[in-house]
Design a protein around this ligand. Structure first.
Ligand code: 26V
Length: 853
C-alpha cells in the first residue's frame, strides 16, 4: 500500500506544474452540472425553489470539491519532495468572503457563470449572499489572510492555525450617532467552506498541579496532573493559490467539552450543572476579543491562547513524527511563526512536549525550540504588550509557569556572565517583572528568548524596536532583530476588488502583475499618455459613482441598487441626499484609535466648514470625506470620535451653504467586504498617524494600489511608499519621528499651538461650544480639555501642516490630468508592497524554506 501510494503521488506530482494554467490543474468542466447536482443532492432543493443563499451553497460545494483535490495533490507533493513547511500561528485570520476569491484563483469564472446561469441567477448575487468571515480585528488579522494567499500562490507549503470563533468581530451599528455592538453570528446558516475533522481532535488540559519525582535512572520525572480537559476539534478551510493547483489548509480549532469530564455530576443526578460546565468549556471558542489597543488581561483570553496553541503543536508534532521525522529533526522540516505575542505560550508548550512527553534533555529541547520559532511584533503601543499575571498563568498552566521560570533562570545566567553585576540590565531583559502578587510574565521577552528571529513590519518600526522597545535584546543578539515590511495581496485588493482598473492595466501591460507585482513598473510611461489617463480617470469616477450610489441607497436614498449594497446606512447622510461622485473622495478607513488621529481629520473638516461659511461663494473643491472603522467596545475616547464624526456630518448636511462643497459620511460596519468597495472608489488616502506610532499600516498599500493618492505622515510603511512613488507623487506633512520625540522631550505644550493658530482656535472653540450637539452641549468638553492639556498624539502640533497638505491636494485634484498622472505613478511603484514579496522575505530570510518545485 505504502509503495503504491508513493508511486501514485509521484505520478501526480509530475502531472501538476504549479505554474501551469488552471485548466491543467482545476477541472472547470462539469461545474454547471455539479452546481445543479449539489443543489439537489447536497442542499436538497429544486433549482426553481432555491434561495440565493442555497444557490451560493451549491456553487461553494461544487468548488470546494475541486479545492480538496488540489489540497491532496499539494500534500503528496510536499511529502514526496520533503519540502519544509511553515505553520502560521495567529489568533486572528480576517479572511472576508471566500467564493469570489476561489472562483478567480481557480480560474472558474466562466464556468461558474454558466453554472449559476443553470440555476437561474447571476454570479454577483451569489457573491453577495456570503457572510464575511471576520475572525480578526484589523491589520494583524488581515495580514495573516493576505499571507496565506501569497504562500499558496507561490507554492510554499503552509498551514494557518487559529480559532474557529462562533462569533467574529462585532457588527457595528450607528444609533443616534453612536456605536452599538451587535453579535456577528456568522455561522448560523452553516459554512460550506469548512471541513470538520472530529477524528483528529486533540485533548487540551488546564489547571491542576505538577508532580516532580526521581525516576529509576535517577533522572527527573515530571507529571502534570491537570484539573480539566477539553477537546480541540479541527476545521479545515482551504486556501487556493492563484491558478497553480496548490491549496494550503487553514486549521481553525473549536472547543468541545470533554466526553467524561462531567460524569460525576451526571451520576449525582445534577444534570443541569453538568451542562453548565460543558457550556463554560465551549466559551473558549465562542467569541473573538474585539480590542486591539490594550492587552485584555482576562483568563478567557489566556485560555484561548493556550487552547489553540496546544492543539496546533500537538498536530504539528504528530504529523512530523508520522512522516518519519524525529523530534531532533523538527527545525529542518517545520518552521512555526508566532503572529505577535498572542501564541507565545507555544514556547513553553513545545518545551513541555519535548521534555515531558518525548524525554529529551533540556539543552536538546531548547535548541529545537529556538530553531523552530520566529516571532513578529506588530505594535509599539506599550499598552498592547501582553503581560500575564503570574498567579493567573500558574493556576491555568502550572507546568508552563515552571518552564518559564527555568527558561528565565538559564537566560539570565547567560546575561549575568556577559554583564556581571548589571542588575538593571537583568531586570529589563527578564521574562518576569514585578514581585509577589504583582508579578507578571512579559510575553514579548519570552517570544524573543524563545525564537531565532524577531521582526518588525516596516523599516521605521523595526528600527524603533531596536532603538527603544527591544534595545537590550538588540545589544545582546545583534543579528536577531530584522525587518520584513508588510504587503497585501494584489489578487484580492486589485484584481478582485477593482475589476475595471485591473482590466485596463492588463490590457496595457499584460497580466504578469497578478503574480509578480513588480511588473506594474511598466505602467510608469503611461502616466504621460493622455488617452490612458482619461481611461483611468473614467474608471475611478465610475467606481466612485457605484459606491456613492450604494451608500445613498443604503441610507434610503435613490433606489435601484446595483448588487452589493454595504451592510449599513451611512450616518450623517440623511435620506435622499446623494453624494457627489465628481467630488474628491477623501477616505480614512481603519480601526478608530487616538494614535491614528481620526480626530485630526475631523478638526480639519470643521476648519474647511468654517472657511466655506466665511466665503460661501468661494470656488471650493468639492469633497466627500468618508470615514469608517470600529472602536473597541470599552474604548471611550474612540467612541467619542465616532460620535463627533456623526455630529459634524449631520451639522454639514443640514447646512445648504456648505453641503454642495463638503460632506462627511461615517459608514458603519467597516470590514473586508466594505473595504473591497471603498479602496477602488477613493481619490485620497488618509494615513495620518503620529510619526512613530503606526507599525506599518496595510490600508495605505491597498489605497495606493487602487490609484488613490496618499496624504500622510512619515510613519510606518508610508515612509517606504513615499520613497517608492517619489515625494512629488504623495502629500507628506507633519513632524518626523525624531521631531516628535524631541517635541515630547522638550515638554510639549498643546495650548501654545492653540493660541498661536487662529483657525485652530476657532475649530476647537466650536467643538467645545456644544453647537455640534445641541441636545447635549457638554458632550465634547472633556475631549477638548484633554487636547489642550495633554494631546498625547500631537494633533495640535501637526494641524497647520496638515491643512496645508490638504490644500495642496485640493489644488491638484482640480487638474485631473496631473492628478491621474500621479495616481498612475503610484500604482506603478507598488511592486514591493505585495504580500508575495513579504512571504518570500520570510521564507528565505527567516523560515529557511523553498517553494514546491
Ligand atoms: C491586541 C489585542 C489585545 C487584546 C484584545 C485583542 C487584541 C487583538 C490584537 C492586538 C494587537 C493588534 C496589533 C495590530 O493589529 N497591529 C497592526 O498590525 C498591522 C500588521 O502588521 C500593521 O500594519 C499595523 O500598523 C498595526 O497596528
Amino acid at each position: 500500500m505504502g509503495k503504491t501510494r508513493q508511486q501514485s503521488d509521484k505520478q501526480r506530482a509530475e502531472q501538476v506544474d504549479p505554474r501551469a494554467g488552471a485548466s491543467a490543474v482545476t477541472p472547470s468542466t462539469g461545474l454547471a452540472a455539479d452546481c445543479v447536482e449539489a443543489l439537489r443532492l447536497a442542499v436538497g432543493r429544486e433549482p426553481d425553489a432555491a434561495t440565493a443563499y442555497e444557490r451560493y451553497l451549491a456553487l461553494a460545494t461544487a468548488i470546494r470539491g475541486r479545492q480538496l483535490g488540489a489540497w491532496l495533490d499539494t500534500e503528496s507533493r510536499r511529502r514526496q519532495a520533503g519540502t519544509k513547511r511553515v505553520h502560521y500561528l495567529s489568533l486572528e485570520f480576517l479572511v472576508g468572503r471566500s467564493l469570489q476569491n476561489a472562483v478567480l484563483n481557480l480560474d472558474l469564472e466562466d464556468a461558474a457563470r454558466d453554472g449559476v446561469h443553470a440555476l437561474g441567477v447571476v454570479l454577483e448575487d451569489l457573491y453577495e449572499a456570503e457572510h464575511d468571515a471576520a475572525l480578526g480585528n484589523g491589520g494583524l488579522g488581515r495580514l495573516a489572510a493576505c499571507f496565506l494567499d501569497a504562500l499558496a500562490t507561490q507554492g510554499y507549503p503552509a498551514v494557518g492555525h487559529g480559532i474557529r470563533y462562533e462569533y467574529g468581530m462585532f457588527r457595528q451599528e450607528i444609533r443616534d450617532g453612536a456605536q452599538v455592538e451587535r453579535p456577528d453570528n456568522w455561522l448560523y446558516r452553516g459554512n460550506p467552506w469548512e471541513l470538520s475533522r472530529p477524528d483528529e481532535r486533540v485533548q487540551v488540559h488546564f489547571g491542576g498541579h505538577v508532580e516532580y519525582a526521581t525516576d529509576a535512572g535517577g533522572g527527573l520525572s515530571v507529571r502534570w496532573l491537570p484539573a480539566a480537559s477539553l477537546w480541540a476539534v479541527p476545521y479545515i478551510t482551504l486556501v487556493p493559490g492563484w491558478r497553480n493547483g496548490v491549496s494550503n489548509p487553514l486549521v481553525l480549532w473549536e472547543a468541545v467539552s470533554g466526553d467524561d469530564f462531567n460524569l460525576a455530576y451526571f451520576n449525582d443526578g445534577d444534570y443541569i450543572r453538568a451542562v453548565e460546565d460543558q457550556a463554560r468549556d465551549e466559551t473558549i471558542s465562542k467569541v473573538l476579543y474585539p480590542g486591539d489597543a490594550s492587552a485584555a488581561g482576562k483568563a478567557l483570553r489566556l485560555k484561548q491562547q493556550y487552547f489553540f496553541v496546544a492543539a496546533a503543536l500537538a498536530r504539528i508534532l504528530n504529523e512530523h513524527l508520522a512522516e518519519g521525522g524525529a523530534p531532533a529533526t523538527l527545525p529542518e522540516r517545520v518552521a512555526i511563526h508566532l503572529n505577535d505575542t498572542h501564541p507565545v505560550v507555544a514556547v513553553p508548550e513545545l518545551m513541555r512536549l519535548l521534555l515531558d512527553v518525548h524525554g529529551l534533555g533540556w539543552d536538546a529541547a531548547w535548541d529545537i525550540t529556538t530553531r523552530t520559532f520566529a516571532y513578529t511584533n506588530h505594535t509599539l503601543m506599550p499598552e498592547a504588550l501582553e503581560r500575564w499575571d503570574v498567579g493567573l498563568f500558574g493556576s491555568l498552566l502550572p507546568r508552563h509557569l515552571d518552564l518559564c521560570n527555568e527558561i528565565n533562570r538559564r537566560f539570565l545566567d547567560e546575561v549575568a556572565r556577559r554583564w556581571p553585576g548589571d542588575a538593571g540590565r537583568i531586570e529589563r531583559l527578564s521574562i518576569f517583572e514585578g514581585f509577589g502578587a504583582d508579578q507578571r510574565i512579559r510575553m514579548a521577552n519570552l517570544a524573543i528568548v524563545g525564537s531565532h528571529s524577531v521582526n518588525g513590519v516596516a523599516e521605521l518600526h523595526s528600527a524603533l524596536l531596536k532603538r527603544d522597545l527591544f534595545s537590550d535584546f538588540h545589544t545582546l543578539w545583534p543579528d536577531k532583530l530584522r525587518n520584513v515590511t508588510n504587503g497585501v495581496t494584489q489578487r484580492r485588493w486589485l484584481r478582485q476588488a477593482n475589476p475595471a482598473l485591473a482590466r485596463l492595466i492588463t490590457d496595457a501591460i499584460g497580466e504578469r502583475w497578478v503574480t509578480d507585482l513588480e511588473a506594474l513598473a511598466e505602467l510608469a510611461p503611461l502616466a504621460d499618455d493622455a488617452a490612458f489617463r482619461e481611461a483611468w480617470w473614467d474608471i475611478k469616477r465610475l467606481n466612485v459613482r457605484v459606491l456613492a450610489h450604494q451608500l445613498a441607497a443604503a441610507a434610503g436614498g435613490p433606489a435601484s441598487v446595483p448588487s452589493g449594497v454595504p451592510t449599513g446606512a451611512p450616518a450623517g447622510a440623511p435620506k435622499g441626499v446623494a453624494l457627489d461622485p465628481d467630488s474628491l473622495f477623501d477616505v480614512q478607513v481603519k480601526r478608530i484609535h487616538e494614535y491614528k488621529r481620526q480626530l485630526m481629520n475631523l478638526l480639519r473638516v470643521l476648519a474647511q466648514y468654517l472657511r466655506i461659511k466665511d466665503a460661501p461663494n468661494g470656488d471650493w473643491t468639492p469633497r466627500t470625506v468618508l470615514m469608517a472603522g470600529k472602536a473597541a467596545p470599552g474604548y471611550w475616547a474612540a467612541k467619542q470620535i465616532i460620535r463627533l464624526a456623526c455630529d459634524i456630518g449631520r451639522c454639514i448636511d443640514t447646512d445648504p451653504q456648505v453641503r454642495p462643497w463638503l460632506r462627511l459620511v461615517f459608514v458603519p460596519n467597516y470590514g473586508v467586504s466594505l473595504a473591497e468597495r471603498i479602496f477602488p472608489a477613493s481619490d485620497l488616502s488618509e494615513q495620518i498617524s503620529t510619526a512613530g506610532t503606526e507599525a506599518s499600516g496595510t490600508g495605505n498599500m491597498k489605497f495606493a494600489l487602487n490609484g488613490a493618492l496618499t496624504i500622510g505622515t512619515l510613519d510606518g510603511a508610508n515612509i517606504e511608499i513615499a520613497e517608492a512613488v517619489g515625494r512629488e507623487n504623495i502629500f507628506i506633512f507633519g513632524l518626523t519621528e525624531p521631531e516628535v520625540a524631541a517635541l515630547r522631550n522638550s515638554g510639549y505644550r498643546p495650548r501654545d499651538f492653540y493660541e498661536g493658530n487662529a483657525e485652530l482656535r476657532r475649530v476647537l472653540d466650536l467643538v467645545a461650544s456644544g453647537a455640534l450637539s445641541p441636545g447635549d452641549p457638554d458632550r465634547y468638553a472633556g475631549l477638548v480639555h484633554e487636547l489642550l492639556a495633554y494631546d498625547p498624539y500631537l494633533v495640535l502640533a501637526d494641524f497647520a501642516d496638515y491643512l496645508e497638505a490638504q490644500d495642496a491636494a485640493a489644488d491638484c485634484f482640480r487638474d485631473p490630468q496631473r492628478w491621474t498622472a500621479m495616481a498612475i505613478r503610484n500604482v506603478a511603484a507598488m511592486g514591493r508592497f505585495s504580500s508575495d514579496r513579504s512571504v518570500r522575505d520570510y521564507a528565505e530570510g527567516i523560515w529557511g524554506m523553498a517553494p514546491l518545485t
